[in-house]
Ligand binder design. Sequence first.
Ligand code: NAP
Length: 244
Amino acid sequence: MRKVAFVTGGSRGIGRAIAVRLAAEGYAVGIGYLQSREQAGALAETLRLQGADALAVQGDVADREAITAAIRSVEASLGPVSVLVNNAGIAGQCQFQDIPDSFWHRMFAVNVDGAFHTIQAVLPHMIHEKSGSIVNISSMWGLRGASCEAAYSATKAALIGLTRSLAVELAPSGIRVNCVAPGVILTDMVRTLGEDTLHMLAEQTPLGRIGAPEDIAGITAFLAGDGAAFITGQVVTADGGFIV
Ligand code: NAP
């Protein structure tokens, strides 16, 4: 039977590469986005022209009603979701003492509450089927500390805790939950750091380069699929050796 995957933040960057990869592996793909309507729509159109089933759906993951409605429209159009990739996320640097409440709360609302909302939306079907796979996109900063990243790091560490606990809770229901912790990946999120910083980060990476979104798509698709049938509760770091 055809499997349906839903990727949050599928319009750009890492999520886009994951959607492309899952479509190439035969999944029908729901592409979630917040603002990039054109990019998400164009990606869905491209995937359809390549023979895949794809649908772009708008919805703020921080808003339970909105993202649940988006998931319901994916289900109505493509079928029940059996693979969920929680990729949508925001980042931002700020000295801890200067973090405004709004910055802190929005970071948690998107990066953590977002996964809470999407997982609760897809779980009833997965539990009914006794099958399903969830991949949460954390960050190496969820495992290690970095200056001026306290809010972001806290949200990404929370995703790791969520992954491990849920993996144990959902294993008897046949549902696997895993996590990918990317290093520095060239997307809009890190382009804001500037050329010099990116060059320095590449030099600090044992494999000698910044990652590409496709570097994360491969491991995500592996964890999502049957090749990882005996893997749950794991955090796979994909960072070119940055935090070894
Ligand atoms: P990006 O290029 O900034 O793209 C972010 C994506 O998330 C976009 O598709 C965006 O949608 C979506 N999004 C943002 N806020 C949303 C919300 N409230 N509701 C729904 N969708 C929302 O980021 P990226 O670099 O690809 O990062 C993807 C994930 O990987 C994030 O969780 C990030 O923390 C993680 N990560 C990235 C890196 C890196 O170096 N790039 C490293 C480690 C972890 P719109 O296009 O509609 O705005």
